[in-house]
Design a protein. Sequence first.
Length: 469
Amino acid sequence: MVESAAERFARITGVERPAKPQVLMERAVVLGASMAGLMAARVLSDHADEVLIIERDTTGDSVEPRPGVPQGSQVHALLPAGHAQLDRWFPGFSEEALAAGAVNPPPEQSRTYINGELRPGPPPGSIGAALISTRPFLEAMVRRRTLEIGNIRLVNGRADGIDFTDDRVTAARYQPDGTAGPESVVTVPADLVVDATGRSSRLSDWLGSAGWPQPEMRRMPIKLNYASALFRRDPKISDIGVSIAQNQPGSGRPLRQGGILAVEGDRWLVLVAGYADDRPTRDIDDFRKRCRSDYPTEFAQIAEHGELLGEVNTYHQADSRRRDYHELERIPAGLFVAGDAVASFNPIYGQGMTSATLHASCLSAYLSSDPDLSQPARSYFSDVNVVVDVAWQLSTLADLALPHVDGPYPRGYKLTKWFSGLIFAATAKDDDLNVQFNRVTTMLDHPTALARPQFILRALRFALLPSAT
Ligand SMILES: Cc1cc2nc3c(=O)[nH]c(=O)nc-3n(C[C@H](O)[C@H](O)[C@H](O)COP(=O)(O)OP(=O)(O)OC[C@H]3O[C@@H](n4cnc5c(N)ncnc54)[C@H](O)[C@@H]3O)c2cc1C
């Protein structure tokens, strides 16, 4: 029987580890040692004699932002589905992260505001515990756990290309750190290569220059502007653990988004964000002014009275983008792509790291299916596409409502928009719907879970009888 997208998504978000993973190859090479590359390496360590990761940045034990992940100083929230995958692949990860300073704030310290109004949170336990930290802290923990595995090795250098012989990948090439020129490029024979080099991946160019078809890149221009700053956490100023504030188009409010996360080291990481020409600057006075005028009171309390640690950091993301590898008529055997190199979304919805962990789950499913490695990994790319579709549908549906975004509109957009508005309005009144809505937006469940008849009927009832309880 053909698996539906929802069934596939349920399988991919599952948390069982393969019982008896089979070693299928001598060497796998992963390009990029950020969230997607590290998770892919963890999965590959079960199936290859040796896994080599090639990473441009020298990382060591650093928990500081680094050049290869320039968004690292910005607020990063790990969604529950990603959290579950970290515990799946690294048993005890949560306990270790919490012991090292990551935060799991109690419900009374967690708030979400939509258009300035406090929304009821999901009942405790319905979407799992939070694991809140800075991005470099989380990545450093994943890196340490990955590199502790005996058959994984990391080398520093710039990945420079992939060799293809006949119809398959045979090697990866890189320029080792501290060397220059073609004579020092190293060629590493590989049975399998994963490209996890992020949004600016050059894989498509490498495929093109070797005569392979290139994937279509779809973009949605979101023009998002972030500014984040760290403050010393102080209970005399606020007890807040997490505060998310979003203003929606049509609410009559400036389209500003923001967040406060209590992170490791007794700090708060505070984000203010705007779209298009609304650009927060690195000026702390501008940051404070925004916190005062457009956000719930805890933003101003912290920005005005908290001790600023370091500087305000800004980041601009021009678009959401996806590369549709699953649609290629021809793709080399042994080639895999994961994380932002496949798709990257509006970061305000916090889907990127979780998607990277789910791509690793797709890789595990593929390698556990007794695959023929001499053939292209079609089922991998089609599983990854299920994950990308989920994140893309959720984020672009919301982004298409932004005044400066004018497409591309998917088929059935108006109906989907109407339906999602109906469901969203009902979540404030119906606990079951609220839980399901939160499970979908945190990527624990497929969006079709919201289209069950009982939810549609309840949402319609609230729309037609606003006084219904
Ligand atoms: C402002 C902002 C906020 C975000 N907030 C969130 C959030 O709240 N929650 C969330 O889940 N996600 C968030 N994201 C998305 C998240 O940062 C990415 O989805 C995630 O980092 C993707 O991981 P990746 O491993 O695919 O790629 P990246 O993190 O981009 O890493 C790519 C890696 O490849 C290396 N590399 C690149 N080229 C080469 C080369 N030629 N050779 C060797 N190495 C190379 C880089 O050094 C880097 O280590 C946010 C993104 C932005 C921009």
